[in-house]
Design a protein. Structure first.
Ligand code: NAG
Ligand code: NAG
Ligand code: NAG
Length: 310
């Protein structure tokens, strides 16, 4: 008999990946029916999920009663919260995550899969608080204290950032030369994830074998690469000169909205100094990749398909 999987934030990057992967995988779609929660059930992304066979239900993280109602009958809930960078970023995300967990327990859900991160403030000995990550680590600790089975996945840096904040930009007066500029060291390895294609594969591994992963964290990246290596990979595939250049923190801050500055600067400096998942990042990623029975997207494949330089 098939079980009901409820996805919180089903039209977002992570929830959308999970919904699409489960709906299209023959084994998982036979095992799980998908109920996709979204604030606005009329948007095109909601229509697309309906067309693939999901039930789409309205729910709002700011309305805990809507969550409890939407969890009725579910065996499993997947939740990823969205960071809004303002003064309330940490408190809001922690509260919303706890509300999801409490609603899941109240509705009799058996298993909660939560999108987590490491506690940057604690790992860095207080030096780098990161609202968007510390809130998730604290929510993970809360979920572990509740009477519900849980598993966690911690998404790596999104490869999609190479099309946005980390995109190569033309260098003025140097034809066919591009630069990616940021404040973190170019020779430090980071884990990378094609969030659209592969978030659902890590969560799918848990859904395929929930007992095995109860209490565990999957560190979700398809591999490690430094920014210097990324620049070289983009050069090789586009035949343009792409360099990674260090930017001063002061200049970098000026590009960010004031309320997001500390959170984003701290996140990059934390990664640079401690590693994205702390000192054992590479081992954690290797071990997690070994647990995923689906083919993951490499950086080379992602860059070839998506990173175009005019
Ligand atoms: C962070 O550190 C505080 C203070 O030591 C501790 O109470 C808390 O449990 C830690 N949180 C996590 C998620 O590691
Ligand atoms: C790359 O650029 C070089 C120098 O302009 C040119 O000779 C070569 O044909 C280009 N290769 C590709 C794959 O575009
Ligand atoms: C992780 O895997 C890569 C690729 O297989 C390997 O080169 C590297 O040594 C591994 N690192 C660790 C710490 O296990």
């Amino acid at each position: 008999m098939s079980q009901l999987l409820v996805i919180v934030g089903a039209t977002g990057q992570q929830g959308g990946s999970v919904a699409n992967f489960v709906l299209s995988d023959p084994v998982l779609s036979a095992r799980y029916k998908v109920r996709a929660l979204t604030r606005d059930t009329t948007k095109p992304a909601a229509d697309a999920l309906r067309a693939k066979g999901a039930e789409v239900v309205q729910a709002d993280l700011e309305d805990p009663a809507s969550l409890k109602a939407a969890f009725a009958g579910a065996s499993t809930v997947f939740a990823a919260t969205k960071t809004v960078y303002d003064e309330q970023a940490k408190a809001r995300e922690l509260r919303q995550s706890k509300d999801v967990a409490d609603a899941a327990v109240a509705a009799g859900v058996q298993y909660l899969i939560y999108s987590t991160q490491v506690h940057c403030e604690n790992v860095s000995g207080g030096k780098y608080p990161v609202a968007a990550y510390d809130s998730k680590a604290e929510a993970e600790a809360y979920i572990r204290s509740l009477p519900i089975k849980s598993a966690f996945y911690a998404p790596a840096t999104f490869m999609q950032n190479l099309l946005a904040g980390m995109a190569p930009r033309p260098v003025p007066d140097q034809p066919a030369v591009y630069a990616i500029a940021n404040i973190f060291a170019g020779d430090r390895p980071y884990p990378w994830l094609d969030v659209a294609a592969d978030a659902g594969k890590f969560v799918g591994a848990i859904l395929a074998n929930p007992d095995k992963f109860a209490g565990k964290v999957l560190y979700a990246g398809s591999g490690m690469a430094t920014m210097d290596e990324i620049a070289a990979k983009i050069s090789a595939q586009t035949n343009k000169t792409v360099k990674y250049v260090l930017m001063s923190e002061e200049k970098f801050r000026a590009y960010l909205p004031p309320a997001a500055q500390d959170a984003i600067v701290n996140m990059f400096l934390f990664c640079s100094e401690h590693g994205y998942y702390g000192p054992d990042s590479e081992r954690l990623v290797n071990e997690s990749i070994a647990e995923v029975p689906y083919k993951l997207t490499s950086l080379e494949e992602y860059i070839a398909a998506n990173v175009k330089l005019a």
